[in-house]
Design a binder for this molecule. Structure first.
Ligand SMILES: [Zn+2]
Length: 173
């Protein structure tokens, strides 16, 4: 069902919901006040709405716009936007997983570099702490996706610190 609102030449507004047939009004409509035929106007409105439904998905920024524009939109357009946002979020999740893998690789690389140059444990831990502090500074003004990634990087570094501290304790015993 598609909601149609007609503004008649006589000044009367009337609205109804219709299931179009071949994208057109299945029955004629007329203004309830002056009885003027509204079928052509209704067909134009249907054409506009149905054209909108088959247009390409809105760009990613729709995600941010959705909340602000929702109140001004027709319900069927809100639904179309929501399904676009669901697809957009699925794409973002894929990016986040890739970014998480990159974060783990980044830490492995850092740990490997420190090991290769035989950095003493205390210096290594200091390097990790420094990196954590940098990341925590970045956390302040990031988008949610970036915040999650930064938190993940910080967690990975903390785990690394625990692992290396644990390993050294075993060595000293
Ligand atoms: Zn009228």
């Amino acid at each position: 069902m598609i909601p149609v609102k007609i503004f008649c030449g006589c000044g009367q507004k009337y609205a109804f919901e219709v299931e179009p047939v071949n994208n057109l009004m299945p029955v004629p409509v007329a203004c309830p006040v002056c009885k003027r035929d509204g079928t052509a106007a209704a067909n134009e409105i249907l054409a506009r709405i149905l054209k909108g439904k088959t247009q390409p998905l809105p760009p990613p920024s729709v995600n941010n716009l959705l909340n602000s524009v929702q109140a001004r939109l027709e319900p069927h357009l809100v639904d179309a936007l929501k399904s676009a946002v669901v697809q957009e979020l699925a794409a973002q999740r894929k990016e986040l997983i890739a970014a998480q893998q990159a974060a783990a690789a980044e830490l492995t690389e850092l740990a490997h570099r420190l090991e290769t140059v035989q950095t003493p444990l205390l210096d290594r831990l200091q390097t990790y702490e420094q990196r954590i502090q940098e990341l925590e500074r970045d956390l302040a003004d990031q988008s949610k996706e970036n915040r999650e990634l930064l938190k993940l990087k910080i967690d990975l570094l903390r785990q690394q610190i625990q692992t290396e501290q644990g390993a050294s304790r075993v060595n000293f015993n």
